[in-house]
Each structure stands twice: as structure tokens, then as C-alpha cells.
Ligand binder design. Structure first.
Ligand SMILES: Cc1ncc(COP(=O)(O)O)c(C=O)c1O
Length: 371
């Protein structure tokens, strides 16, 4: 069994992907070819924003967004400690300080009620993460941000396709940033990412920063990076968007089914098991289907033995990573994140998971909890 099965999806989309790639090979505009603008239009319409800027990865999009907001040395950016390294890393790479705020235990996303206490005169932005495919609580976050005049960047690397109170991830704050890493809900066959905004000036700035800060050929009013998405990846993503609605629906269905089967199958196990909680007015794309268990090493070993691939997202919260040790926030600083990091384990999840495969995974999890 694959943790994420990309081959079945390729077989479904082969005619479209192959034809689109062949067209790129024919026209030869590998950098900023016509597929890039075509994809940007499709993605902006899907997310519900005026502008989309396709870029080289979900890491570079965070960097570009913060560069566009002028974030640099001495500044502080508020974010979650329970995320992939890139979120904190890009803040620090710009010379700014990631200021961590603990998460809501139910969603694993930054707790809006704790943000205000972390704001200082140096705070320049709030960068919530929409972890595992469910959006952070943007009404709460935007309220605090507006009260303090702060911009909000959604790190939506895992949540493209999710909805929050009827609106789509990436359209919930000033800037949305997503990733097209192959295993993401919308994945390329290499690195990729995209930025979303309704702000015309910011969109122009981010598009320029993506290409070395260039406003016209070989004229550079500001610093930028080589942050372009290539035309091959854009072609692949255009093909994948043909079935994305269908895949998002499958993810929602499979996530709910996992939770039902686990609740039923493991009811008598006696050991702690927590399935994902999705807010009533939100949908998750289940970039990861992540449960919490009591004795994770034993469960991991038992699932490995049963041939079930698992992963831990993420075993060490960012404030405890050696690279952020200088931040001075040691063990115990963010107890909700630390407790989650000790217990979470992700199960195989992708839109082509069969009922039989799900039953096999659930039986193995329940057996592991009983042993
Ligand atoms: C929350 C989060 N932020 C940022 C990134 C970085 O995205 P990429 O791998 O496309 O650079 C990821 C990717 O794993 C992620 O999960």
C-alpha cells in the first residue's frame, strides 16, 4: 500500500497530461510559457481571488509574500510552532524573528485567542498555517490583525481546496500561499507553488519579486529571487485541475469514512485514539489524515509490521528545533503543540484509496491499540 498513490491519478489523467506536456515540448517556452498565465487564471477563479502568481515552491511563495510586505531584520512575524520548517525558516531567512503562538488542540492551527498577547511594536505580520488540510480560524485571526493593522499571510501549503465558512483557502486573508509539492492535494511532478491576493499593488510586487525584482526586462527597482514556476509543471497542474473538484470530494468522503470506521472498530480498545475534528462550517482536504494515539512508537511499529506506511507530521515543534534554539523558548513553552507532536501519526491518504485499503488500515490501527 502507498502512503500517497500518485500512479493511479496519472493513469486517470494520462491522455491530458501527456498531450499538454507534448505541447510544451513543441512550443519550447519552458520558462514563463503560456501555460503559466493559463494556470494562474484557472487557480484565481478556483480560489476566488482577483490575482494568482504561480511560483517555484510553497517555500518561495512564503518568502516572496514577506518580501513584498517589506519584512526584514528586526521585524517579528507571528506564526504556529506546529508546522513544517519552511514556515518559520522563511521568516528567519529574511532576518526577522518567528514569534510562536500555541495552537488550538482541536484543529492544530494557531489559536486566535492567544495572538494578541504575542503582538509587540515590532510585529509586522501574522502567518497562520492551515495544517493537515483544514483552514485556521480566519475570522478570529483577521479580527486581531485588523485591530492592530497587521497583514495576514495564510500558509495554505496543505489546504488548497478546503473551505472556511463558504470561502476557499488562499482567499481568506491579504495573501494566500500554497504548495504544489507532488504529495500535496494539488501536486505537480516537481516543485511548485502559488500566491493569491485581491490587492493589485501587492500582486504586481509579488510577480516582480518572483523574477529578480524586475519590472521590465533587465531593470530592477528591488531585490527578488528566481521564483518562477516552469511551463511543464503548469501544464501538469492544468490537467490535474480538470479532476480537482472530484478529488477534493473524494478526500472529504474518505476522511469522514476513516473517522467512522476507526470510531466503530477501535471502540473497545481502551487505549487513547483521537480522530480529526473538522469545524461544522469548514471542510478539510485531508492533505494528511492524522490521528492521535497514546503510545505512538508502539503503534508505528505495529503498523509497519502490518505493512501500513505511516508518517509523523511533525515530531518536533519549531521552537524546539536546534535552528531556533536561540529564540529561548524551551520545552514547555507551547504545551499544546508539544503534546500534539508527541502523539500525532498520519495514515495513508489520497483520493484513490479504496474501501478495502481503508478497512485494512483501520483493522491494523485497532489491532495496534489493542496489543
Ligand atoms: C505548512 C507548509 N508550509 C510550507 C511548505 C513548503 O512547501 P514546498 O515544499 O512547496 O516548498 C510545506 C510543504 O511541505 C508545508 O507543509
Amino acid at each position: 500500500m502507498d502512503f500517497i498513490d500518485l500512479k493511479t491519478q496519472y493513469r486517470r489523467l494520462k491522455p491530458s497530461i501527456d498531450a499538454r506536456l507534448a505541447r510544451v515540448l513543441e512550443h519550447g517556452q519552458f520558462i514563463m510559457g503560456p501555460e503559466v498565465a493559463e494556470l494562474e487564471a484557472v487557480l484565481a477563479k478556483y480560489a476566488g481571488t482577483r490575482y494568482c502568481i504561480a511560483a517555484s515552491s510553497g517555500t518561495d511563495t512564503l518568502l516572496i509574500a514577506m518580501m513584498a510586505l517589506g519584512i526584514g531584520a528586526g521585524d517579528e512575524v507571528i506564526t504556529s510552532p506546529f508546522t513544517f520548517i519552511a514556515t518559520g525558516e522563511m521568516i528567519a531567512l529574511l532576518g526577522a524573528k518567528p514569534v510562536f503562538v500555541d495552537i488550538d488542540a482541536r484543529t492544530y492551527n494557531i489559536d486566535p485567542a492567544r495572538i494578541e498577547a504575542a503582538i509587540t511594536p515590532r510585529t509586522r505580520a501574522i502567518m497562520p498555517v492551515s495544517l493537515y488540510g483544514q483552514c485556521a480560524d480566519f475570522d478570529g485571526i483577521n479580527r486581531v490583525a485588523e485591530a492592530h493593522g497587521l497583514p495576514v499571510i495564510e500558509d495554505a501549503a496543505q489546504s488548497f481546496g478546503a473551505t472556511y465558512r463558504g470561502r476557499r483557502s488562499c482567499a481568506l486573508s491579504l495573501i494566500g500561499s500554497t504548495s504544489f509539492f507532488p504529495s500535496k492535494p494539488l501536486g505537480a511532478y516537481g516543485d511548485g507553488g502559488a500566491l493569491f491576493t485581491d490587492d493589485k499593488e501587492l500582486a504586481k510586487l509579488m510577480a516582480e519579486i518572483r523574477v529578480h525584482g524586475q519590472d521590465r526586462r533587465y531593470h530592477h527597482p528591488r531585490l527578488g529571487i528566481n521564483g518562477r514556476l516552469d511551463a511543464m509543471q503548469a501544464a501538469i497542474l492544468l490537467a490535474k485541475m480538470e479532476v480537482f473538484d472530484d478529488e477534493v470530494a473524494a478526500r472529504g468522503r474518505l476522511g469522514a469514512r476513516y473517522s467512522e470506521l476507526l470510531a466503530r472498530g477501535c471502540a473497545g480498545s481502551g487505549r487513547h485514539l483521537r480522530t480529526p475534528w473538522v469545524a461544522d462550517d469548514c471542510t478539510s482536504v485531508f492533505a494528511q489524515y492524522t490521528i492521535e494515539v497514546e503510545d505512538r512508537p508502539a503503534v508505528e511499529a505495529s503498523l509497519k509490521q502490518a505493512g501500513i506506511p505511516t508518517a509523523v507530521h511533525y515530531p518536533v515543534p519549531l521552537h524546539l528545533q536546534p535552528v531556533f534554539a536561540a529564540g529561548g523558548r524551551g520545552a514547555g513553552s507551547f504545551p499544546v503543540s508539544e503534546a500534539a507532536a508527541a502523539r500525532v501519526i498520519s495514515l495513508p491518504m489520497h483520493p484513490y484509496l479504496t474501501d478495502q485499503q481503508q478497512q485494512t488500515v483501520v483493522a491494523a490501527v485497532c489491532a495496534a491499540l489493542q496489543s
